[in-house]
Design a protein around this ligand. Sequence first.
Ligand SMILES: [Mn+2]
Length: 258
Amino acid sequence: MHVEKYTKSAVGHLLRHYNRTANHVSNQDICADKTEFNYNLCKREEFDLSYYKKRISQVKCQNRADVKALCDWIVTLPKKDFTKEQEQLFFQSAYNFLAERYREKNVVSAWVHKDEAGQPHLHFCFIPVAIDKKKGIEKVSAKEVLTRRELQTIHKDMAHYMEHIFGYDIGILNGTTVGGNKSITELKLQDSQKELTRRISEISSLKQIKHQSISELANAIKQKPSLIADVSKAINIALGNRNELTQHLHHEERFRSR
Ligand SMILES: [Mn+2]
């Protein structure tokens, strides 16, 4: 399972993507024949977009374009030989677990997609509503709802919950093990993680070189203690201390003329 956060401007399009009323010509991964098997676990009389608008008007929301107003927990069905009933039990349980955690009135839609390449998955879409500690009012804050701690604990909590329902550990997939079903955002993230790994290995190889030359230097100093003075002169020159450089050159000249 992994979470995505979206700004207000994306909400209309996203909800149409989840409920499949958007034009999906561009999405090659959706198999139109299977779309009828999708189902929404969030049962409301009104349309998702109008419920979203109504709910967000009830809470404080900063009037800034970059405010994350909708979050989507994507929960993927583990690759097990689940019957149709077990599959539905899995998604219904995931819904119950998440609806309790983020409060049902903040849920906008909860579509199970069975028409995409890869495993069936749930898009649990909700407005991240936190309680403002000073004013005691409800406010939109993805930062305060999806804290680092929340992201660290939810996976384990969900696994426990499912174990309680199914009677055994069904193996909830986390974001890094989902594979196959990655969004653009995830792929970008993967790229930057690869870049980071590359940088880290570069740094550690640099450190190795540094260690080598330090031990070489240490050996050299042991054999010729006056080298310390030379090293400190060299450091000054390297740091751009012009006086040191001139003195050094004069000294060399005098040395040579003797
Ligand atoms: Mn989907």
